[in-house]
Design a protein. Structure first.
Length: 267
């Protein structure tokens, strides 16, 4: 059962209400995103727009028994791999580590001991790992890092090529944008943005742009447009089904985090 018009945003609670926080049952959610180029067909707000849409989808499906407090979306992340493109905003890794750690410390001071950092931009991944470990060390928090895309997509919805290579501005992200904000998408400029990942797969045994043996890349190393994937195949219906699938996966993670007893899992 879900509850309409419920309070889920951190700022909607009064300071006196934080005095009675249940450290086992209350989960803070820190959404981290980006403002960066997404090729000729998508706006620079894509990652933040997807984050906002995913949060709305998840909230609409959230079971009544889950008590979450969502912090303001951190719209500017680490996007220096896209600096070639006007409109990209970025902060340095040290700046983000400091800022997100400070937010985590503020969460801990409010009595919340469980935190999920949820991400919609690949460039934030390393930052999230450092921050969550720091919060475990300094505040003994159960701090979890995840991304919406880690919850996968409905089986068979996207091609094998898109699943392997469509990491930025391809069918998946374009479909999500067609669902959340179709007015911002120019499908007339969407195409199959071929990735240099395919070339690396043919030429090398282990060396790749992503995965186990990855080298650091700039977006134009993947494709001259700075995006990769089968964007021309995107539809709003695929976006809707993908959003619901990933929101349900996140809710399953929330249930796991709520179930995890702090004393049992943190030495």
């Amino acid at each position: 059962m879900t509850v309409a018009n419920r309070r889920v945003w951190w700022g909607d609670y009064r300071t006196t209400e934080y005095a009675s926080i249940d450290p086992e049952g209350t989960i803070a959610v820190l959404p981290v995103a980006a403002i960066e180029q997404h090729g000729p067909h998508l706006p620079v707000s894509t990652d933040t727009t997807i984050m906002n849409g995913m949060l709305e989808t998840m909230i609409a499906r959230l079971p009544a028994e889950l008590d979450i407090r969502i912090l303001p979306v951190q719209a500017v992340g680490k996007s220096n791999e896209h600096l070639h493109a006007p409109g990209t905003l970025t902060l340095t890794a040290p700046t983000l580590i400091a800022a997100w750690t400070e937010l985590g410390l503020s969460i801990a001071r409010a009595g919340v001991r469980k935190l999920i950092v949820v991400n919609s931009h690949g460039g934030n991944e390393e930052i999230m790992g450092i921050v969550t470990r720091e919060l475990r060390v300094r505040e003994k928090m159960l701090a979890v890092k995840t991304s919406w895309q880690r919850f996968g997509r409905p089986a068979g919805m996207y091609s094998d090529l898109e699943e392997r290579q469509g990491i930025h501005g391809g069918d998946v992200e374009t479909s999500l944008m067609l669902h959340f904000r179709p007015d911002l998408v120019d499908m007339g400029k969407a195409e199959n943005f071929v990735s240099n990942v395919a070339r690396a797969e043919k030429e090398f045994s282990l060396l790749r742009h992503t995965g186990t043996h990855a080298f650091a890349w700039m977006a134009r190393d993947l494709n001259p447009h700075g995006v990769v994937g089968e964007a021309a195949l995107a539809t709003a219906e695929k976006g809707r089904l993908t959003a619901e699938h990933q929101a349900d996966g996140f809710i399953t993670l929330l249930k796991d985090v709520r179930k995890a007893k702090l004393a049992d899992w943190l030495a």
